[in-house]
Design a protein around this ligand. Structure first.
Ligand code: PXP
Length: 242
């Protein structure tokens, strides 16, 4: 059964909007875990625009399920991950001016840099996922680099303005998920997924785990975090939502 990892970056975004000590992303841990998520994701960006080093350190101590640290493949971040030892790392591309992670990693072009980061993380016993667009070449390259997992970028599917584009993007994700599974990779997916576009993606049997943040934190404003997570967990379970 697919599982849900909740990205809590945007709790820190609200904190940083005012520079207050609240809301503290650490306070979300118990609620996220008790509501049925399989773990927590934070993106420690190079510019520290939301999640801070302190958050990751405390989260590591408090989280009982799984901590997925999203980060760029830089020497600084690999060092931090080696010290903090998250349960897994997702390597993502990072541009300072972007609003959120915009595209997948170009694994084909940046082989050397990624290989070095993956090796260092493996030496520390940390499993590595590569965030890639739903393209066969990128997935084959990820497998060659000995990544343990891929996370398929669902942004183009989520942003599709027409049903035709949405169907085309969905097909790409289906093929990408099958390719990943055939190569023996764990297959995750995420970006831009929300309560009204998750069902079709959730019916792809090869996807093991979903990484969802913005829509859950947004819904939590109105219904609370516990309910927002339970609603999403119900939608990613196979069969009709209860
Ligand atoms: N996966 C990756 C690699 C991301 O960078 C993000 C955004 O931080 C997400 C998933 C979650 O995306 P969203 O907040 O749109 O659910």
């Amino acid at each position: 059964m697919p599982t849900l990892m909740v990205n809590i970056d945007h709790i820190a975004t609200i904190r940083e909007a005012r520079g207050t000590p609240y809301p503290d992303p650490v306070h979300a841990v118990a609620i996220v875990e008790m509501a049925g998520a399989s773990g927590i994701i934070v993106h420690l960006r190079e510019d520290r625009r939301h999640i801070k080093d302190r958050d990751v350190r405390i989260l590591r101590e408090v989280i009982k399920t799984k901590l997925n640290l999203e980060m760029a493949a830089t020497a600084e971040m690999v060092k931090i991950a080696g010290e903090i030892k998250p349960d897994m790392v997702t390597l993502v591309p990072e541009k300072r001016e972007e609003l959120t992670t915009e595209g997948g990693l170009d694994v084909v072009t940046h082989t050397g840099k990624l290989k070095k980061s993956i090796e260092r993380l493996h030496e520390k016993g940390i499993g590595v996922s590569l965030f890639v667009d739903p393209e066969k070449t990128q997935i084959i390259a990820s497998h060659k680099l000995l990544a343990d997992m891929i996370e398929i970028h669902t942004g183009a599917y989520s942003d599709a303005k027409t049903e035709k584009t949405k169907d085309e993007e969905l097909k790409k994700i289906i093929i990408a998920a099958k390719t990943g599974k055939e190569l023996g990779l764990k297959v995750n997916a995420g970006h831009g997924l929300h309560y009204f576009n998750i069902r079709e993606i959730a019916s792809i049997p090869e996807i093991d785990e979903f990484s969802i943040g913005h829509s859950i934190i947004a819904r939590a404003l109105f219904v609370g975090l516990d309910r927002a997570i339970r609603d999403m967990v119900a939608l990613i379970e196979p069969g009709e939502p209860k």
